[in-house]
Design a protein around this ligand. Sequence first.
Ligand code: A3P
Length: 273
Amino acid sequence: QDDLREPAATNGSAQQQQLPQTIIIGVRKGGTRALLEMLSLHPDVAAAENEVHFFDWEEHYRLGLGWYRSQMPFSWPHQLTVEKTPAYFTSPQVPARVYHMNPAIRLLLIVRDPAERVLSDYTQVFYNHRQKHKPYPSIKEFLVRSDGRLNVDYKALNRSLYHAHLQGWLRFFPLRRIHLVDGDRLIKDPFPEIQKVERFLRLAPQINASNFYFNKTKGFYCLRDSGRDRCLHESKGRAHPQVDPKLLHKLHEYFHEPNKKFFELVGRTFDWH
Ligand code: A3P
């Protein structure tokens, strides 16, 4: 069941579209694009360019696996196809659907300090509104209720409750099928994190330290591939809003217990607040 490479549509050559053998399931704002781009440095990886939203959008899921495959890039039979749709991680209906497609699939989940992820999530929606010239409330208005308490109904907070979402996946997949990428480490020093992904996917070690260089202007690592340098889009690596230290402390406190539960669930810890 590991292999879903046939039957496939062909484009007249030996290249085919294959269902993904690995999916980056999330987490939103965890560094999913960076992970996909970095993994794409590997010659045996073929990545879908856009987020496919097959398992989480009913209008797509209804179209069936044939449609899903038609969204994949053409690839050689020895290549692994990968797609990323960060919304999968927090959509309760998705784990069963992925299992139904391939119970032996390998999943990648990139997580990041949950409080930082909330700020990144807010920033993303803020910019989406700004692009459409629409006003958007300050982060404080989302985070604080009228009685001064933390607004736990804010959706971005819920998306950072990793243990709750992961539990849904663990009902279908053993932990050894889900590789956790440390998103904070991927920012600071991407190569070791990518090496671990190569090993998890049983890919030959082909990505090198020289594929990464720190770009001082961007403040992030960028990619170097066959002499070509490129950084991620300007929407990746944006400044987050200033948050009052007391509020930030509340946010860290709020995640303390959920984080502990997550660490227990995955059998390791992360260097979070
Ligand atoms: P910020 O823009 O909030 O800093 P996603 O692709 O899942 O939306 O995640 C976006 C996040 O990827 C960015 O969040 C950024 O911190 C992180 N990231 C990790 N490595 C990066 C890189 N090399 N270049 C730019 N952003 C990177």
